[in-house]
Design a protein. Structure first.
Length: 438
């Protein structure tokens, strides 16, 4: 573990490396107070097919909250390409929102900055108690042994979405259960402007998620037990090469996917340009883009051999969105009340239905609304074959460094340059050198 000061320094460095954007809203008085009891600023992550769709989902709920409490919530939906940078800038400047969505993989990194309100027993009691939340979701809210830095809002897992007709036309009768089967199916489909599978090759977070899962399947981790980066061990190198080889060697991903970073892979799948998609809780997104639920199936993400399950065949990271409060908010009481509202059973049903995600609140998850075949795959994955990304203070830097290394390897593949074991190891070595010293 690193000290809070060191973690904050790493955040400063990362925020300078990335292209900073202006931060809006939030506290201006030094915070930790209730100087602005009638207003809140909320940064929401882009969960739907567009920012405008998110606004249509969220604004009626915020209006409902205002009617009940008298507290007006100013909403900004922040694209994923900007969100981490915006948050890091806010943690170092002290100028940010009162409440914000964070990717659950960032929890420990943002916790280490000291900028987020800790959810101790007293704060959890204000929103109904810690016991309301599913254990797997709570496992991605901060470093082990510390009070969580955030509260689970949406739970997600990766699944394999497949176009039933495209696979059938190619003579593929069942969705692939192993990576060899996926590659074979992808090759049968690819041709005449169609491709086997779509990826977001220029999105560092997506790259890290898939590399992490493949590394676990090869019995490897990106960090040692004491939190030291170990990006170049054999299992990690093999995993990253296997992922990039879907484009470089197997040629079932279109070269143009190397530039995808704004959910274009979902659109390609919805429009029938690709036969398969690896995504988190994609159903609502696909419906919004005109794809009928009858046109696609949902299966677990492939493993190296056999079938996923019982925790021995990892095929997803524990994905999801957490809700955090800046501890220097001008309206701590209002922010806490907002978290209570957003994690209430009623709102959990509304919001998770809208985003085809799974409620991390136990009583809401048991609702009949979450008993569809898609929900069954996601719930089974979260319960049996998903594990959280490393909850280490350097996690956000890890996502950026490794995710960018994989992005560069995809660029090589798209440009016709050979991707070898040596070139993968060199890229990961460079990524490890970018990590803060312990």
């Amino acid at each position: 573990m690193r000290s809070i000061r060191a973690a904050a320094t790493g955040a400063v460095i990362l925020s300078l490396v990335l292209t900073a954007t202006a931060c809006g809203g939030g506290s201006t008085t030094g915070g930790g107070s209730d100087d602005s009891p009638g207003e809140l600023t909320y940064w929401a992550s882009n969960q739907g097919a567009s920012v405008e769709i998110d606004k249509k989902v969220l604004q009626p709920e915020l209006d409902k909250f205002e009617k009940r409490t008298g507290i007006k919530v100013t909403l900004e939906v922040v694209p994923w390409s900007d969100l981490l940078n915006r948050i890091l800038t806010a943690t170092t400047s002290g100028q940010g929102p009162d409440v914000l969505n964070i990717g659950n993989t960032w929890s420990a990194s943002l916790q280490a900055t000291g900028a987020l309100l800790p959810w101790d027993a007293k704060n959890f009691e204000k929103i109904g108690g810690r016991h309301r939340f599913v254990d797997s979701a709570l496992g991605s809210t901060g470093a082990e042994g510390q009070d969580p830095a955030a509260v689970p809002l949406y739970s997600m897992a990766y699944a394999l979405y497949y176009n039933k007709q495209m696979l059938a036309d190619a003579g593929v009768d069942e969705p692939p259960a192993t990576w060899d089967e996926l590659v074979a199916a992808g090759k049968k489909v690819s041709g005449d402007g169609k491709w086997g599978i779509a990826m977001e090759g220029s999105n560092p977070s997506e790259n890290v998620h898939h590399a992490f899962v493949l590394a676990k399947q090869h019995g490897a981790d990106f960090f040692t037990a004491d939190g030291t980066p170990d990006f170049t061990n054999d299992g990690v190198v093999t995993a990253v090469k296997q992922y990039v080889d879907l484009m470089a060697k197997d040629r079932i991903i279109a070269p143009g996917n190397a530039e995808y970073a704004q959910n274009q892979s979902v659109s390609d799948f919805a429009k029938g340009r690709t036969a398969m998609l690896l995504w988190q809780s994609a159903s609502a997104n696909l419906t919004s883009q005109g794809m009928s639920e009858d046109d696609y199936g949902i299966a677990p993400v492939p493993v190296q051999s056999g079938t996923p399950g019982a925790g021995t065949q990892v095929n997803s990271m524990v994905a999801g969105i957490n809700l955090a409060v800046f501890r220097n908010s001008d309206n701590i009481d209002g922010a806490t009340e907002f978290v209570k509202f957003m994690t209430s059973d009623a709102e959990q049903r509304i919001l998770n239905t809208a985003y085809s995600s799974i409620p991390p609140v136990k009583t809401a998850q048991d609702d009949d609304a979450f008993d569809s075949p898609a929900d069954a795959v996601l719930k089974d994955t979260l319960a049996e074959s998903a594990v959280p990304l490393p909850q280490v203070p350097d996690e956000s830097q890890f996502e950026t460094a490794v995710g960018t290394a994989v992005k560069d390897l995809f660029a090589d593949a798209a440009g016709g340059r050979e991707v070898t074991t040596d070139s993968v190891e060199a890229a990961l070595t460079k990524a490890q050198q970018q990590m803060p010293e312990k």
